[in-house]
Design a protein around this ligand. Structure first.
Ligand code: NAD
Length: 468
C-alpha cells in the first residue's frame, strides 16, 4: 500500500487510481487520490513547518545529509519502483536515485553567503537571501525522482517547505521517497500528494503557495503561469524542447554516431534535453543516417527488468500514440524510414527505435517535440542556414554542434538560441552546479547551481548606520 506524506504522517485515501506498468500495459498498483481536504492539510502542514524550518541553516544542512543517506540506503527499492512505473532499465532507474542523492548532498553543502555591498563610515548595506514559504513542486513522468529532487533539494536548503505532486503516470517512486524521508525530515517540511489531473491546478491556485516549481509540457506550463499570476506566486517553468544537433561536414561519422544516437534515444527519447532533430551536412548525411540506423536496429529494446535492456517502453499510451502519429505523418509526407517506423508487436508500449531521413522543416516531427524514440535527420548545405533553421522554433532548451574542430564548433555555439549549447556531446551540462533552463517557450528561470537556489529565495536588503 503506497501512502501520501502529510505533516510527517502516512495518509491513506478513500479513492485510489490505477498505475500501469508500461512494459506490460497492465495495471500493477494503485495510488492514493488526494481529496480537497488532504491538499488543505498538506498546505497547512507545510506553512506551519516553514516558521521553524526557515530559521536555522545548520539544522537544514544536517537534515539534508541525513536525507541523502536515507535515499541512498533505499536505492534498490526506489529504482525498482521507477522501472515498474516509468519503464526505464533498472540501471538507469538506479542512476536516478544516485542523482537524487547527489543533488541533496550538493545543496546541503552549498553556501548562501550574505553579500556586504557597503560597510564604511556612511553605513552598511547587506543583501540576504530569504526563503519564500510553501513551494508547490509539480513533476512529469520521464524522470520522477531526479526532477523532483531538482526542486526539493534547493527549496529545502533555502529554507522553504514543499508540497510535491508527481505525474499520475508515475506516482509511486515519489510516494516512496516521501515514506523514506518521513523519519528524517521534520513533520510538514516535505509533503507528497498524488492524484489524477486536475490535482496540479488545485496546488497552483492554493492561497498558501508562494512559489510554483513546474516541470512538464509547454502547454501545461502556460496554465501554471496563468494560475500563478492571480496572486503573483513566483514560478520556475521547465518546459518542452525541440533540441537541434548540427553536424558539421568534417566529422568522423563512425566516431560520433554512437554518442549522437544515445543523445537522442536515452530514456527512449523521453528527455527534455534529448536531441530531437539532427541537421546533417549533405556531404555526410547518408553515411550518418546509415550509421544511426544500424545502431537503432541493433539496440536491445525490452522491459526494464530484463537483463541487457538498453531501451525500455514508451511510458504511456497517449505518448505512444503521439510518436506513432508523428512518424506516420512524416512518412505520408515523403520521409524515408531508415530504421524502425512502427510499434513493436507485443504487450506494453514498445516502439522500434526509428530513424527518419529525407525529412525537413515544415513536417510536424521536425517542428514539434516528439518526446519518444523517433529521430528525424535533416540535410543541409550551408551551416548558417542550418543555424537559422535550428533557431526557427518556439523552443530553446538545449542544442549541440558536432565537429572534428571543437574551436570551429565553439564559434557557432553562441548563435544558437538555447539555454545550454554543447560541443561534440549533448546534454553534458546536467550537473548540480550548472544552471539548466530554457529560452523562449522552453521555460522561465533555471534550476540547479546557485542560480537555481536563488529561485527559491527573495533578496532582502538590510541597511544601517556605520558600525563603529
Ligand atoms: P504535462 O505537462 O502533461 O504534465 C506535467 C505535470 O503537470 C504532471 O504532474 C501533471 O499531472 C501536471 N498537470 C497537468 N495539468 C496541470 C495544470 N493545469 N496545472 C498544474 N499541473 C498540471 O507533461 P508530461 O507529459 O508529464 O511531461 C512531458 C513534458 O515535460 C515534455 O514536454 C517535456 O519536454 C517536459 N519536460 C521538461 C523538462 C525541463 O527540464 N525543461 C524536463 C522533463 C520534461
Amino acid at each position: 500500500m503506497y501512502t501520501m506524506t502529510i505533516g510527517g504522517a502516512r495518509v491513506e485515501t478513500k479513492q485510489q487510481f490505477d498505475v500501469v506498468n508500461p512494459a506490460t500495459g497492465s495495471v500493477f498498483a494503485t495510488a492514493p487520490a488526494a481529496a480537497a481536504d488532504d491538499i488543505e492539510r498538506a498546505m497547512l502542514a507545510a506553512d506551519e513547518a516553514f516558521a521553524t524550518w526557515k530559521r536555522d541553516e545548520e539544522t537544514r544542512r544536517k537534515a539534508m545529509h541525513a536525507a541523502a543517506d536515507a535515499v541512498e540506503a533505499a536505492t534498490t527499492e526506489l529504482a525498482a519502483l521507477v522501472t515498474a512505473e516509468q519503464g526505464k532499465p533498472l540501471s538507469d532507474a538506479a542512476m536516478e536515485v544516485r542523482q537524487a542523492v547527489l543533488w541533496l548532498r550538493y545543496y546541503a553543502d552549498v553556501e548562501m553567503p550574505v553579500e556586504v555591498v557597503r560597510d564604511d563610515a556612511t553605513g552598511y548595506a547587506e543583501v540576504y537571501r530569504r526563503p519564500l514559504g510553501v513551494v508547490a513542486a509539480i513533476t512529469p513522468w520521464n524522470f520522477p525522482l531526479t526532477l523532483a529532487m531538482w526542486k526539493i533539494a534547493p527549496a529545502l536548503r533555502a529554507g522553504n517547505t514543499l508540497v510535491v505532486k508527481p505525474s499520475p503516470f508515475t506516482p509511486l517512486a515519489t510516494l516512496a521517497l516521501g515514506e523514506v524521508l518521513r523519519p528524517v525530515l521534520p513533520p510538514g517540511v516535505l509533503n507528497v500528494v498524488t492524484g489524477p489531473d486536475p490535482l496540479g491546478s488545485v496546488l497552483t491556485s492554493h492561497r498558501l503557495v508562494r512559489k510554483i516549481s513546474f516541470t512538464g509540457s509547454t502547454e501545461t506550463g502556460k496554465h501554471v503561469a496563468a494560475a500563478a499570476a492571480h496572486d503573483l506566486k513566483r514560478v520556475t517553468l521547465e518546459l518542452g524542447g525541440n533540441d537541434p544537433a548540427i553536424i558539421l561536414p568534417d566529422v568522423d561519422v563512425s566516431a560520433i554516431a554512437q554518442r549522437l544516437f544515445f543523445s537522442a534515444f536515452m530514456n527512449n527519447g523521453q528527455v527534455c534535453l534529448a536531441v530531437k532533430r539532427v541537421y546533417a551536412h549533405a556531404s555526410i548525411h547518408d553515411e550518418l543516417v546509415d550509421a544511426l540506423a544500424a545502431i537503432a536496429r541493433a539496440v536491445k529494446v525490452d522491459g526494464g527488468t530484463v537483463e541487457g535492456t538498453i531501451l525500455g517502453p514508451v511510458n504511456n499510451q497517449p505518448q505512444l500514440t503521439r510518436v506513432k502519429s508523428l512518424v506516420d505523418d512524416a512518412v505520408r509526407k515523403g520521409a524515408r524510414v531508415a530504421a524502425g517506423g512502427s510499434a513493436i508487436d507485443r504487450p506494453g508500449y514498445f516502439y522500434h527505435p526509428t530513424i527518419l531521413a529525407d525529412v525537413s522543416d515544415g513536417v510536424a516531427i521536425v517542428d514539434e517535440e516528439q518526446f519518444g524514440p523517433a529521430l528525424p535527420v535533416i540535410r543541409y548545405r550551408d551551416v548558417q542556414d542550418a543555424v537559422a533553421r535550428a533557431n526557427n522554433s518556439k523552443f530553446g532548451l538545449t542544442a549541440s554542434v558536432w565537429s572534428a574542430d571543437p574551436a570551429e564548433a565553439a564559434r557557432i555555439a553562441p548563435d544558437l538560441n538555447a539555454g545550454q549549447v554543447a560541443i561534440n556531446v549533448h546534454g553534458f551540462g546536467v550537473r548540480p552546479d550548472l544552471p539548466f533552463g530554457g529560452h523562449k517557450w522552453s521555460g522561465i528561470g533555471v534550476e540547479n547551481g546557485y542560480w537555481g537556489l536563488h529561485a527559491y529565495t527573495e533578496t532582502q536588503v538590510i541597511t544601517g548606520p556605520a558600525r563603529s
